[in-house]
Ligand binder design. Structure first.
Ligand code: AMP
Length: 382
């Protein structure tokens, strides 16, 4: 019996554990809080990721370790990797944890990125804004997610306010200024690489965010073959350079037929949740296959899929449960503003049928703006 250890016990760990049941796997999850939602489906160890005693207890009960949370301290991942196999490797995790290192690697690999400059103090912020040009965004280098740790600078005069908001974090987590990209749409490549270096990716996904948090994902994104091949090529290059094992996502801005990389997530990703019902093999099962050295499953799509994220609270499930295209996921979390508590995936054989399913369920869900955005994403490809 193989036990997979997962650092981080959120919905990603929960969906990994659910996907691992048919493979006969056991799981051990570790999180800093006792009500982590993966604890409802797998044993949960509560402890700090820096606590060596807790980590040792975790290590002693698992055969291989992986992550649901990318901000596990890189030193802790490194320490664990001296005791058991850890995938993705701690070096890859460390690069993905730091926006400056990550963007520098993208650039080195020939993956286009928005202009960016490291910021160390108030004066270097002014220099960076002058060089990159406004509008731009001041972001923390580490520990930012879902649009947190970001300040939009509309004009150089906003630099003072931006420094007030984030300057105190310059020493602890570092800062970076990035050019603001007036993108037409956001895309992501979700891909997987096995222990034997086999690489596969799912069809490109189009994403729509609200306040920096993913709200809608649609797959397959309608893009021409050149763009698709470029995006897949970037993901493959990155995975090979990092000797990456497991699933990851590369988030891209699409502006005037050009792709610019925003960031990589070194784990299963919210924009790949549609793969549970919309693909021959889900991102969750393929991640497990990859970290265990098993053959990877087919990443072919089954028709067209749209994922609607439930942020803050869950809408009424009835319309989606009743719908032939509908699939419901409740993460078993308490409602809280800004918190991802569940999602629905609508899957249909054609884009027209998917649009009809969105229209049928949309009104009953009471999430008009989100459903309208999903329909607009679908029309991008019409
Ligand atoms: P991030 O935490 O970097 O993934 O940012 C969250 C969201 O903020 C992205 O998905 C975009 O919608 C937006 N965003 C981040 N960086 C930029 C940028 N340089 N230009 C325009 N929008 C951005």
């Amino acid at each position: 019996m193989t036990t997979v250890g997962i650092l981080g016990g959120g919905q990603l760990a929960r969906m990994l554990a659910i996907a691992g049941i048919p493979l006969g796997l056991r799981f051990q999850v570790m999180d800093t809080v006792a009500d982590a939602c993966a604890g409802q489906v797998a044993p949960l160890l509560v402890g700090d990721y820096r606590d060596r005693e807790a980590l040792a207890e975790f290590a002693s009960s698992v055969d291989v370790a992986t992550f649901d949370f990318e901000n596990v301290p890189a030193e802790s991942a490194q320490w664990l990797s001296t005791r058991l196999p850890v995938f993705p490797n701690p070096g890859a995790l460390a690069v993905a944890q730091d926006r400056l290192d990550e963007k520098s690697l993208f650039r080195e690999l020939g993956i286009p990125v928005p202009d960016f400059i490291d910021v160390t103090d108030r004066a270097s912020l002014d220099t960076a804004v002058a060089q990159v040009g406004a509008p731009c965004i001041l972001k923390t280098r580490r520990l930012g997610y879902d649009g947190k740790g970001q300040f939009r600078i509309q004009s150089p005069a906003d630099a003072g306010e931006a420094w007030e908001a984030l300057g105190s974090q310059a020493d602890e987590v570092g800062l970076i200024v990035e050019a603001f990209v007036p993108f037409q749409r956001e895309l992501s490549v979700v891909a997987v690489r096995g222990r034997d270096s086999e690489f596969r990716s799912w069809p490109l996904t189009q994403n729509w965010h609200v306040d920096g948090i993913l709200s809608v994902s649609l797959a397959p994104a309608s893009v021409d073959a050149g763009l698709r091949e470029a995006a897949e090529g970037y993901a493959r290059r990155l995975a090979e350079r990092l000797d990456y094992v497991g699933v990851f996502a590369l988030e891209l801005f699409c502006r005037g037929g050009e792709l610019l990389a925003n960031e990589m997530a070194p784990r299963v990703h919210n924009s790949g949740h549609w793969t549970i019902e919309g693909s021959e093999t889900s991102q969750f099962q393929n991640h497990l296959r990859a970290v265990l050295g098993l053959p990877l499953g087919d990443t072919r799509m089954l028709g067209h899929a749209c994922m609607l994220n439930w942020v803050g609270d869950m809408p009424d499930a009835t319309a989606v449960l009743r719908d032939p295209a509908g699939h419901w996921h409740d993460y078993g979390k308490q409602p809280r503003p800004g918190r991802k508590v569940g999602h629905a995936t609508l899957r249909a054989d054609s884009a027209a049928e998917l649009a009809a399913a969105l229209q049928r369920t949309g009104h009953a869900l009471g999430r008009e703006a989100q459903v309208a955005a999903a329909l607009a994403c679908l029309r991008t490809g019409a």
